[in-house]
Design a protein around this ligand. Sequence first.
Ligand code: SF4
Length: 401
Amino acid sequence: MILVIPVFVPHAGCPHDCCFCNQKIISGSKKLPGADEIADKIGSYASEAVRYGEVEIAFFGGSFTAIEPEAQEHYLRAAAPFLKINGGFADCIRISTRPDAIDEKVIERLKKYSVRIVELGAQSMDDNVLRLSERGHTAEDTRKASALLKAGGFTLGLQTMTGLPGADRKSDTKTALEIASIEPAFVRIYPTVVVKNTKLFRDYEAGLYRPMPLDDAVSLCSELCEIYSKHNISVARIGLQSTDSITINGEESEVAGGPYHEAFGQLVRSYDALQSVSETLDNVLKKHLSGSPGTLTLRTEPRYFSDALGQNRANAEKLRSSFGFEKVILSSSADPGGPSTAKRAGRVVSAESFKPDNAKYEHRLAKDTKAEVTVRREPTGRDSFRIRTDVTAEIVFKSLK
Ligand code: SF4
């Protein structure tokens, strides 16, 4: 398990005000931290850190390498004593910055202070979208900075956004393909939301910007995740993190519009699960069922249970209504497909294993997931005059690890 110690650097070093950004709000922090403050913050994690396999000190929120070099050193020096190589408890430092704020000098500085992970705010690889979003850099800046960082041995992360001004599904998909070709270690995907006190908010109010509806953003992000999965690039996050400034007591305080959901990533994973189960059932039911199906039992490992169930049982209800099941049962089992399944299975009429090569499911319930489907048929009628045949499809998700 990784412990990330977040140190927010709000709006520091930004030569631009990107149209969607009010960093002071998004980072949940409103002033620059001083060196003592940073040291106190990092130090406060000392006892907790022993429980984690990896501890990272993360300067998040601004454009770290765009601030004055002296200020960068000031922050990095404050963090340095906490690194294991200096007798501390943290494994590494990570920063986030702009693609046009990386050059050889910066690389040397980051190496000097043992920064290991660098995240670049690429946002889009479409220059027109970058221009309309007032990013102040180009796609080529992202390519160059990425190449420099990879050559310097850093772990590269690329942050992207969907639904920016001028973007559509096609350009967002193209961006994902280009990002994948850069081969970062990981990406983050943030659907654009309209945050108050930004230029985007003003455009939204004036009817000049229409955000992507939530459902569209969910299905788009699912497709993008599939692209990254095929390229073995992990998706570290989908959707903005809920901070006290974004959400207060569950109410979206600073978000004026757009596909914001505090559990956006889960919506995407649930969408994947629904798609995957639906595709699999389509095949199974076509092959094995005539008449209406009875009960669908979906068994998953506990960690996939809520994704498979969907928010407010949405997946269970959609599966029931789409396929005509009388009942959809979801159960969580630490050992799906194990002895308990065998014991409860009735007369097995056929069994199939589905390798997830064509299943969307693979990509996030994930690379490490496979689906097995067993169809069984058992008599359940109590009425001796009317023997009813109930068909139960058991779908088991389990880790390949
Ligand atoms: S560069 Fe990053 S922090 Fe600065 S205004 Fe743009 S999005 Fe916000």
